[in-house]
Design a protein around this ligand. Structure first.
Ligand code: AMP
Length: 565
């Protein structure tokens, strides 16, 4: 059965994009166009000038990049190597990001994308331009520099994009933009994107755009009070810190059941693997999966066998789940309305819910849109510290002890405690026992969880596979065993990314075959055609022998060893 969650990128094809571009976005794991893409792409493909209102994070780069590439790829022979499209952006970072995105979408098209920005050596850029660049992405100052030196010629430009035009104006680039556009032919198509349609934006659009179509994503009006009362928290974290931040948040919040939203299928798969390799019980849900697989995942989540569901918006649409305690936006949604839809999955039927958002510093404006739409405050949180986590674990220990006492069956341990009571105060004995249990939990929870294949030494329990090959619930971090701190041996195992090896495969094989606790396994690094794993010296021989007998993901392996440190 094909459901609305199928998400096969056909949404992009229906916007009029050529097949290779549809294939490129599909390969990147995009499931459907974002609202700005849905509106802007057909307008640009039809050849109109366009004035678009869209902030960072809405998918606006692809909204102009895809039609731009579509236009250039219609005729690859004319003006080969000459600048045929120019994208002006306010900052060096954005120039790099936009060029990278264009490069990804243009894969296999023979179109060259060259970024030019200040602060980088001129000669390098000149050489790149000389080699031939059909698409130039640049900051106004540097583009003007190249024009003056005649290392860039804009006479063949068919399309100009002014991206984040409001920021370019704020930075005083207005005259530079005028001078640059004056060098392009009048026949060009022009698109302008800005976060608002302020009068100064309309004025620059009036100067450079011809009868532009306005594309504005209509904001859904929502009656206040219709949303459940949910605690909304956002953490501002850079791109590289997201997995570490998520790990801390999960350890601190200890959600009963959470949905974590990512934008693409690839991100869903990657994050699920990373979480599982670190001992969380996560299941992936996206439109690239067969209906049967999706049903199985939903069954595990509904029956609370998996406490984390990592999903794309498309796949989660229409799911009716009542018990979600936390919604986590690992990636920002593409529009405030999508945010509202996501967080509506928690706090149902009068239960308390929490919505957590990880936003990059550049994405903070999005949170203001959300506050306006939901008429509720989004609190900016401070990531829990190690001390916070410890305090939280002690609270959890208190509850666990209470439960354990009620469950009874403590006769053996009572005897031990009674004998210790001859020497010590009862309260000291109990305090020592709690501290010991908690210390071992502490050792296993490392502050920052790096990405799956760039891990620091730490311990985790590999998720268990049940007999149908699915992941079963994995133990929570606090229940992980402490890692041995003694001397370690580094094993080089002859399988890696090329064999689709994930940390969980290695942990599963090592712990399962050599019968050692997974908690003692140290750092794992997965390279293209081999992997490195640290094992305590005392287990090394046993692991080597066991691995030689077994297969990992269907591959026989060879293992070499040397002292790790
Ligand atoms: P932007 O607003 O252009 O900065 O895009 C923000 C992020 O959204 C980028 O990481 C893109 O790769 C991603 N993205 C853009 N379009 C889509 C889409 N249709 N589906 C999923 N992710 C997307």
């Amino acid at each position: 059965m094909k459901t609305p969650t199928a998400g096969d990128s056909s949404g992009f094809a229906s916007l009029g994009l050529a097949a290779p571009l549809v294939a490129a976005v599909s390969a990147l794991g995009y499931e459907e166009p974002t609202p700005i893409q849905r509106e802007a792409i057909p307008v640009l493909i039809a050849g109109h000038d366009m004035l678009g209102q869209a902030a960072t994070g809405t998918g606006k780069t692809a909204a102009f990049a895809l039609p731009l590439l579509n236009k250039l790829s219609e005729d690859l022979k004319t003006n080969r190597g000459k600048a045929r499209a120019l994208v002006l952006v306010p900052t060096r970072e954005l120039a790099m990001q936009v060029a990278e995105a264009l490069h990804k979408y243009a894969k296999g098209s023979n179109l060259n994308v060259v970024p030019v920005y200040g602060g980088a050596p001129m000669d390098h850029q000149i050489r790149a331009l000389r080699r031939g660049a059909e698409v130039v992405v640049g900051t106004p100052g540097r583009v003007l520099d190249h024009l003056r030196r005649q290392t860039l010629n804009l006479a063949s430009v068919e399309m100009v994009v002014l991206d984040e035009a409001d920021e370019m104006l704020d930075m005083g680039f207005s005259e530079d933009i005028d001078a640059i556009i004056a060098e392009t032919p009048d026949t060009r198509q022009t698109a302008l994107f800005a976060a608002t349609f302020a009068p100064r934006i309309l004025s620059i659009a009036g100067k450079h755009l011809k009868t532009p179509k306005k594309v504005q994503i209509a904001q859904e009006k929502r009656a206040p009070g219709k949303l459940p009362q949910i605690r909304q928290v956002a953490y501002i974290v850079g791109r590289g810190q997201k997995t570490g931040a998520l790990s801390r948040i999960l350890d601190f919040e200890s959600p009963k059941s959470a949905i974590i939203f990512c934008r693409t299928r690839l991100e869903v798969d990657e994050l699920t693997d990373t979480l599982n390799a670190h001992g969380y019980g996560a299941q992936a849900l996206h439109g690239g999966m067969m209906q049967k697989q999706r049903d199985r995942v939903m069954q595990l989540f509904r029956s609370e066998k998996a406490d984390i569901l990592v999903a794309t918006d498309v796949a989660a649409r229409g799911l009716d789940i009542d018990h979600v305690s936390h919604v986590i936006n690992y990636d920002l949604p593409t529009a405030p309305e999508v945010y509202v839809h996501r967080i509506g999955r928690t706090g149902r039927i009068g239960r308390d819910g929490v919505a957590i958002t990880l936003a990059a510093p550049r994405e903070q404006r999005f949170l203001q849109y959300v506050e306006r739409l939901t008429k509720q405050k989004v609190e900016i949180g401070k990531l829990p510290t190690e001390a916070d986590l410890r305090k939280r674990r002690l609270e959890a220990a208190k509850d666990a002890i209470r439960e354990r006492i009620t469950a009874g069956g403590l006769e053996d341990t009572r005897e031990l405690v009674e004998s210790l009571a001859q020497e010590f105060e009862m309260i000291d004995i109990a305090a020592a026992a709690v501290a010991m249990a908690n210390d071992s939990a502490d050792k296993t929870v490392v502050a920052d969880m790096p990405v799956a294949d760039e891990r620091q030494p730490r311990s985790y329990d590999a998720p268990q596979r049940d007999d149908r090959g699915s992941y079963d619930r994995a133990p929570r971090p606090a229940s992980r065993a402490p890692r041995d701190e003694g001397p370690m041996t580094l094993l080089r195992i002859s399988v890696g990314k090329e064999e689709s090896i994930r940390p969980a495969d290695l942990v599963g094989a090592i712990a399962g075959e050599a019968k050692i606790p997974s908690g003692v396994i140290g750092a794992i690094k997965i390279h293209d055609d081999y992997s490195l794993v640290e094992i305590p010296d005392e287990h090394a021989e046993r692991v080597i022998t066991a691995l030689k007998r077994t297969q990992i993901r269907g591959h026989k392996v060879t293992v070499q060893s040397k002292p790790a440190r």
